[in-house]
Write a protein that binds this ligand. Structure first.
Ligand code: 13P
Length: 250
């Protein structure tokens, strides 16, 4: 049985003034939600605050990205050991915004997956096609290539130690959610792709959906057989919305 996970990706949002209220609101509301795992991934600068406020609650926290290097002369980067030092559970790798705006390749993302695991973090490994790719009918090829890059570098066992997040790029921040059927179809394909190299791992790996998930569409999406939770952008910045999604997962 796969425990659902709902993770908030705050992206580059939040302020020193507002971060405490947001974290406390989520922690309070998540207290009774014992069927779902709840995580937040704030900007790195707020991670110490997340640790201070969330330690001892049901909510875990993580980074939005991780360097492939453990330390050294890499200005601006945050390493896996640094995230672990602040008790992060998760690190998002390969988010489409990193792939698009920072030119991250499938290979680099796979290296980040490995770096996160080396530091004891659980990667939330984002994959997904653009609108153009969907219209060209190559969605399966695209997500297969993204998954295969991790398999090639780290093998099936390593992949199985992470969480996959299917985030169709055209659904992110657009209000245009994939229908439950569209999402389920790709989730089932991803699981079958993992099963080629690891049948057992494919049954246990969690595959989250991300892309305009909101309180009013979360339950139907997460009711699909291969959708094991959500990676939430915009709605994770409002505790009532985020918690309603968490509730829908359990
Ligand atoms: P939205 O929920 O704002 O569409 O963002 C999804 C996402 O990119 C989560 O990583």
């Amino acid at each position: 049985m796969r425990q659902p996970l709902v993770a908030g990706n705050w992206k580059m949002n939040g302020s020193r003034e507002g971060v405490g209220e947001l974290l406390d609101g989520i922690a309070r509301g998540a207290a009774g939600l014992d069927k779902v795992e709840v995580a937040v991934c704030p900007p790195a600068i707020f991670i110490p605050e997340a640790q201070a406020r969330l330690a001892g609650t049901r909510v875990v926290w993580g980074g939005q990205d991780v360097s492939v290097h453990a330390s050294g002369a890499y200005t601006g980067e945050i390493s896996g050991p640094m995230l672990s030092d602040f008790a992060c559970t998760y690190a998002i790798v390969g988010h489409s915004e990193r792939r698009t705006y920072h030119g991250e390749s499938d290979t680099l993302v796979a290296q980040k997956f490995v770096a996160a695991r080396k530091a004891g973090l659980v990667p939330i490994f984002c994959i997904g096609e653009t609108l153009e790719e969907r219209e060209q009918g190559v969605t399966e090829q695209v997500v297969a290539g993204q998954v295969d890059a991790v398999l090639a570098l780290g093998g099936a066992q390593l992949l199985g130690e992470g969480v996959i997040a299917y985030e169709p790029v055209w659904a992110i921040g657009t209000g245009r959610t994939a229908t439950p059927e569209q999402a389920q179809e790709v989730h089932a394909f991803i699981r079958s792709r993992v099963a080629v190299s690891d049948a057992e791992g494919a049954g246990s790996i969690r595959i989250l959906y991300g892309g305009s998930m909101k309180p009013d569409n979360a339950a139907e999406l997460m009711a699909q057989a291969d959708i094991d939770g959500g990676l939430i952008g915009g709605a994770s910045l409002k505790p009532s919305d985020f918690l309603a999604i968490c509730q829908a997962a359990g």
